[in-house]
Design a protein around this ligand. Structure first.
Ligand code: COA
Length: 254
């Protein structure tokens, strides 16, 4: 089954997580499909705007933990890192519509979006520490910038969820809507953008984000090296095995 749906209409390429029974957790094949679609969209004249969305009950539970244990990302060109680089360097407008849980990369990808719309049921979390891991997607840089250091530390060190209203307050999301309206509203905004002159959109985005891009990519590489190393270490093994065995992890030996 195709777990990333792709639809192109009115200049908007919409990529939809379509694995609701696994809470839209993302496996290697899905990262590969996302990365390939995003890479193609850069030069595809039919795509003027990209929108990433999930289901009205769940955006994404982040990495598929079982798949991550079986197929850990091997290097900088693995699908997950291609995906992260793809969103961090995407030159055209990038939007997201988020309802329900947005865990791990489900939240960190949003820092690379230009506009984010959230359902009032959105619950964001970045529980990397709870998984024996460290931040990815340059979130160790971008989260403190958006949230301020202490709130970022709360999100990244404690790993507790924060809700749509809190995300609105810090500026991570542009607007909070009823979940049943969120994807349609984001699509409407995306189409508004798609009708505008593309070169102005690209230049404006480049002017806003260009100065920091190198630092973002450097931080992603740095985080990626730690992340890959930590995946094989006892804390991550214990956390992920515990998740699959539906028990609390025991970090007393980690
Ligand atoms: N990887 C693999 N499987 C996952 C998953 C993930 N990240 N998230 C959920 N699933 C699976 C569950 O194991 C469960 O499988 P089962 O039906 O065989 O028992 C199914 O999807 C439904 O998930 P469940 O936990 O029962 O749903 P929920 O509504 O109670 O909770 C979440 C939803 C997203 C809050 C919860 O699933 C969760 O915390 N997931 C893990 C998130 C995570 O740590 N991601 C990694 C970030 S790096």
């Amino acid at each position: 089954m195709n777990e990333i749906l792709s639809q192109s209409e009115a200049g908007v390429l919409t990529l939809t997580f379509h694995r609701v029974e696994r809470k839209n957790s993302i496996n290697v094949a899905m990262y590969d499909a996302l990365a390939t679609a995003i890479e193609r969209a850069v030069d595809d004249a039919a795509t003027r705007v990209l929108l990433i969305q999930g289901h009205e009950t769940v955006f994404s539970a982040g990495n598929d933990i079982e798949d991550f244990l079986r197929n850990p990302p091997a290097g900088k060109d693995s699908p997950v890192f291609r995906f992260l680089r793809g969103i961090a360097t995407f030159p055209k407008p990038l939007l997201a519509a988020v309802c329900g849980p947005a865990v791990g990369v489900g939240t960190t990808l949003l820092f690379h979006c230009d506009l984010v719309y959230a359902g009032d049921n959105a619950a964001f979390s970045v529980p990397f520490v709870n998984l024996g891991l460290c931040p990815e997607a340059a979130s160790s840089l971008l989260l403190p910038q958006t949230f301020g250091y202490h709130r970022a530390a709360e999100a990244l060190l404690l790993g507790e969820p924060f809700m749509a209203e809190a995300a609105l307050e810090v500026g991570l999301v542009n607007r909070v809507l009823p979940p049943t309206e969120c994807n349609a509203f984001a699509q409407q905004q995306a189409r508004k953008l798609a009708a505008k002159p593309l070169s102005s959109l690209i230049t404006t985005k480049q002017l806003m984000k260009g100065a920091q891009q190198e630092a973002v990519l450097r931080r992603m590489d740095e985080e990626g090296a730690h992340f890959r190393r930590m995946l094989g270490e006892p804390a991550a093994r214990e956390a992920m095995t515990a998740f699959m065995e539906k028990r609390k992890p025991d970090f007393s030996a980690c």
